[in-house]
Design a protein around this ligand. Structure first.
Ligand SMILES: N[C@@H](CCC(=O)N[C@@H](CS)C(=O)NCC(=O)O)C(=O)O
Length: 262
């Protein structure tokens, strides 16, 4: 039996949900309420010592780190292949997955965490807030959350995050000149890994960012049309929720635009 510890707004959990859907696998949802920091509870840390979602549990055995989970699913369930059939395209797939993990994901965190997760913390005293953030396992995330909860969109992380997204979109536009998908001519784990980071732009109404890049806009539309995206991601964003997120995104978009240097 496959169980996934997940949160609807988590792009790295969305990535895994897309892969599970592409492969037509049945799985059980275990919701982890990130806004309540359930991810830092001792019983969850036993499964995932880094204190983050997603965690896949397969027959009682935990698999952590979203890209590793995706490759695990590809190894274990190779039908409906999501890995290219030649080593060069596979290297491209892994490049994009690594880029998502080390660059795009923290940037997305900086842009969306203050809008989605910080409100509960802001209701606490500074000492209470610090005590909770002190428990965040990894230092870069811990310090980023501290800056973002205190400084919001004035944190230095925002400028870097905008630059990372901007460069990523420009690099993707160039890659898609020669091929339909990020790692060749068929949908792969690279596309599954990247698409959720455009959901963030879409849900907050920051769509101008990618609509001006024709190939990237078309790529995201093709990702979003897939059944795997509908069930793995879009199903968690009914119209009312999307309208609320769009509203929340308006003020930050002005701040983001100040850093966009086109
Ligand atoms: N490298 C990890 C990153 C996981 C991650 O950052 N997850 C976020 C949600 S997208 C999380 O659980 N954050 C915990 C928190 O906000 O304290 C992976 O790819 O699985």
């Amino acid at each position: 039996m496959l169980e996934l510890y997940t949160h609807p707004m988590s792009p790295c959990a969305q990535k895994v949900r897309i892969v599970l859907a592409e492969k037509g696998l049945d799985w059980e949802k275990r919701h982890v309420e990130l806004a309540e920091k359930e991810n830092l509870r001792p019983e969850y840390l036993k499964l995932n010592p880094l204190g983050v979602v997603p965690t896949l549990v397969d027959d009682g055995k935990p698999v952590i780190e979203s890209s590793i989970i995706c490759e695990y699913l590809e190894d274990k369930f190779p039908d409906s292949e999501l890995r290219p059939d030649n080593p060069w395209h596979t290297s491209q797939m892994r490049f994009w997955m690594k880029h998502v993990d080390i660059k795009v994901h923290p940037s997305c965190g900086a842009l969306q965490w203050p809008l989605l997760m910080a409100d509960k913390l802001r209701q606490l005293s500074e000492a209470e807030m610090d005590a909770i953030i002190d428990k965040v396992v990894e230092k870069p995330r811990r310090e980023r959350q501290r800056r973002l909860v205190k400084m919001g969109y004035d944190a230095p992380d925002i400028k870097d995050a905008v630059a990372t997204y901007e460069k990523t979109i420009a690099d993707m536009e160039r890659t898609l000149e020669d091929q339909d998908w990020l790692a060749g001519d068929r949908f792969s784990l690279a596309d599954a890994a990247m698409a959720p980071y455009f959901q963030t732009l879409y849900q907050f109404g920051w769509t101008d960012w990618y609509l001006s890049r024709a190939r990237v806009a078309d790529w995201y539309a093709r990702c979003a049309e897939r059944e795997s995206y509908r069930t793995g991601v879009a199903a968690d964003f009914p119209a009312v929720k999307l309208a609320q997120l769009n509203d929340k995104g308006q003020a930050p978009w002005k701040k983001i635009q100040e850093h966009l240097d086109r």
